[in-house]
Design a protein around this ligand. Structure first.
Ligand code: NDP
Ligand code: HSE
Length: 437
């Protein structure tokens, strides 16, 4: 049988990694897919690439040449960004081509539109590389856990952010310096604020939540906080209390609706996920039947991501001849069976907290603070008071609370900040035990 011809849009980190994995493992891949898979066309603005063997590839600076070429069966969109990626993907689908993409921004924002057109045209759109780099997390949730009602999932789903936090903690390096290294290694997004402000993780959480709970993609409803305000001080206090600070995406089904949130989170250091360091990602998924499961691997980088893109290509090629109506649905659930469960606003979420405050070092101050918590119905788990540094009138107080609705916590923090004996704003970091409940 003739090999399946693939056109690449984008020849950067992922485009080059994909082409290199496809070429190096061509024999194994064709034994798995039942046919060879070869790159015949490739587009990028500058035509720069790190592809090892360019023989047989037609290069162009115009991505439309690839999308419109009748020879090509599968288009791999590895450019990134919303536009022109969206327009090119829609055009490829309209031309009857299958699409593989690593672009989580595109899927999170425009996936509903893209999948609708793909269903109409009977083509596949595969996006394993969009979440967790090389970890096959989409396939695991969509297919491996298909017998379960998913209760919650929590993941370290941005490699750049985890790399920065790890290097800052282990080596005391500066934020900006580590970010520059992540960019040089090809981990960061074209706009790295997507990594450090949590937008990239929110894109990925949108996708995970959709396939876990059978809800439409709703990126705009994810509560998003990045890592740029985490201080070394908080990292050190968290460690003294037996926790690690990780940037976590968390989706939880509750009777009132779905929590969708991305933020720095204290996690007990004994949890495996608290020990996921560097560019590695991990996703914990709790199903009602299987219990907690954990998926771990490289969250970014050329060949780990290429591994996921190639797996999608093999999947597409295996199903080229199947009835389009009997394929695995794009978002795991049948499109006419999606749920309308609401996504909860952030002040309705329930979580525990780490709070750091600066309090006058005099009698009665802690009593005022604990009284406010008691009146708000918030239980304190532990309190740690640090002596004021020489010359400072203020002591640092760290408080860990039990789980409480965020609205109640907001009210208590406002009252604490209004006390004369408290200086400045209260620092708050959410805390999750991630036990098997
Ligand atoms: P790069 O910036 O390394 O590569 C992007 C490529 O697309 C370059 O070849 C660039 O060309 C080309 N390109 C961008 N815009 C255009 C355009 N308008 N016309 C033609 N060519 C264009 O990005 P990555 O490889 O890192 O990322 C690609 C996608 O994969 C993104 O969606 C990203 O989020 C996703 N991803 C990335 C991972 C990683 O580890 N890097 C991991 C998982 C997903 P030129 O260089 O000439 O400008
Ligand atoms: N910028 C992303 C990250 C790439 O660092 O996780 C992988 O999606």
């Amino acid at each position: 049988m003739n090999p399946v011809k693939v056109g690449l849009l984008g020849l950067g980190t992922v485009g080059s990694g994909t082409a290199n994995v496809l070429a190096r493992n061509a024999g194994e891949i064709s034994r798995r897919a039942g046919r060879g898979i070869i790159v015949t066309h490739a587009a990028s603005r500058s035509l720069r690439s790190s592809i090892n063997d360019t023989s047989g590839i037609k290069f162009t600076t115009d991505p439309q040449d690839v999308v419109d070429d009748p020879e090509i069966s599968v288009v791999c969109e590895l450019m990134g960004g919303y536009e022109p990626a969206r327009a090119l993907v829609l055009r490829a689908i309209a031309n009857g081509k299958h699409v593989v993409t690593a672009n989580k921004a595109l899927i999170a924002r425009h996936g509903n539109e893209i999948f609708a057109l793909a269903r109409e045209k009977g083509v596949m759109v595969a996006f394993e590389a969009a979440v967790g780099g090389g970890i096959p997390i989409i396939k695991a949730i969509r297919e491996g856990l298909a017998g379960n009602r998913i209760e919650w999932l929590a993941g370290i789903i941005n490699g750049t952010g985890n790399f920065i936090l790890t290097e800052m903690r282990d080596k005391g390096r500066d934020f900006a310096d580590v970010l520059a290294e992540a960019q040089a290694l090809g981990y960061a997004e074209a706009d790295p604020t997507f990594d450090v402000e949590g937008i990239d993780a929110a894109h990925k959480l949108t996708i995970l939540a959709s396939i876990a709970f059978g809800i439409p993609l709703q990126f705009d409803k994810v509560y998003t906080e990045g890592i740029s305000r985490i201080t070394r001080e908080d990292v050190a206090y968290a460690e003294q209390l037996g926790y690690r600070i990780k940037h976590l995406g968390l989706a939880r089904a509750t009777p009132a609706g779905i929590e969708l949130r991305v933020h720095p989170t204290l996690i007990p250091e004994r949890r495996l996920i608290a020990n996921v360091d560097g560019v590695m990602n991990a996703v914990l998924v709790k199903g009602d039947a299987v219990g907690p499961t954990l998926y771990y691997g490289a969250g970014a980088g050329a060949e780990p991501t290429g591994s996921a893109v190639v797996a999608d290509l093999v999947d597409v090629v295996r199903t080229l001849t199947t009835d389009p109506n009997n394929r695995v649905p794009h978002l795991a659930f049948q499109p006419d069976a999606l749920s309308s469960q609401p996504v909860l606003p952030v002040d309705e979420i329930v979580t525990a907290y780490y709070l750091r405050l600066r309090a006058a070092d005099k009698p009665g101050v802690l009593a005022d603070v604990t009284r406010i918590f008691a009146e708000a119905g918030i239980s304190i788990e532990s309190i740690l008071q640090k002596e004021p540094p020489a010359g400072s009138p203020d002591a640092t107080v760290i408080i860990l609370t039990q789980r409480v609705r965020e609205r109640q916590m907001n009210g208590a923090i406002a009252r604490i900040e209004a006390l004369d004996s408290i200086t400045g704003a209260v620092t708050r970091i959410r805390l999750e035990h991630l036990n098997s409940n």
